[in-house]
Ligand binder design. Sequence first.
Ligand code: LRH
Ligand code: MN
Ligand code: MN
Length: 424
Amino acid sequence: MQLEKSIIDDANHKQQAAHQRRFDFVAADIKDLDIILKKLGNFQIAIPSWALGTGGTRFGRFSGGGEPRSLEEKIEDVGLIHALNKSSNSISLHIPWDIPDNATSVKALAAQLGLHFDAVNSNTFQDQSSQQHSYKYGSLHHVDKAVRKQAVEHNIEVINYGIELHSKALSLWLSDGSNFPGQLNMRGAFERTLKSLQEIYEALPADWKLWIEYKPYEPNFYSTTIGDWGQSYLLASKLGNQAQTLVDLGHHLQGANIEQIVSLLLMEGKLAGFHFNDSKYGDDDLTVGSINPYQLFLIFNELVEGMDARGMNHATGIGWMIDASHNIKDPVEDLLQSVEAIKIAYTQALLVDQQALKQAQQQNDVVLAQEILQHAYRTDVRPLLAESRLRAGGALQPLDVYRQQAVRKQLINERGALAVSTGL
Ligand code: LRH
Ligand code: MN
Ligand code: MN
């Protein structure tokens, strides 16, 4: 299904007066209002194809129904999100969960909805019935050359699908690791991973990037071969300029200072981008901003400061993507909330008086530095987001429109209550 523009316009019309009051109140105190609204309008966050179905845990899965049954329906769901928030103009595919058999028609459908294809993701953490060798003991780090070859070939196949779709990056996450001390020679595993990655790197088109994701544990619980940003960074450095480190917010041990990692990767030109989510314990994949929105703001503060220092465009050059999927929420609602949280953090970071902060740092005025950051963080920027959506033709209140229109009910009618999507 698609949402008619007139439905969004009608809803906006009803909320216009209240919005204007709220907007004028915040806007009065903002110096670079037009620049901020423009930056907000340009800022787009990719939606992962696997987040459009209800995520499961190893204990079960509770589908809310009406989930997309095909790649085309996944693209339609992203189209719905984008029509509402005008901030999600791309989709990231995971292969083989989504095989774009007919790239031409898939591209045409996406274009019709104002979408394009973000990074393509490979999958060597599950066995597929069609494959010859098992990934039980790893893929790119495997001791058996035949398994490594199969995994390398899969990644090259994913690049080829991506070329058809005009993607510009291969995003790679390996579950390779070990469960028990002694199971693996860790140096050997790392060296084999590097060699395999070199073969994949060679197949990259010149205008592509290779994004290397890290994660400390799960599914392996003793060692993970690309377990932290240092290991990913080391691989990316050895591979070359097209390889970079991808930061999934949920892939850190508790207490890790993610904003510091981000600031250094950015400084080195090695920050591929993000998988945004939130967590309390581990890789919980909760809605972005639901647990620790202050951390998200601090990450964006480093990004804004670091990108401005490097003369980078905030909207391009970095992969902005959500990697959250939930067991009990409607996935579309979850994604609308996540995009909103990311844009709130970004806007608050744009409000930080960077000059005053630098001065406070220079004078070791710790109290003032905190005041400056928290002044920005405690500003309610939601009316700015709403205004930027309105100007782009989106909804002032995306979630309200989604609910008022009973979109999920319509999707259930169209696809069935038992329709379940591919993914985790
Ligand atoms: C691994 C991960 C990685 C995968 C996705 C499905 O935990 O974050 O990005 O590709 O989940
Ligand atoms: Mn991820
Ligand atoms: Mn993850």
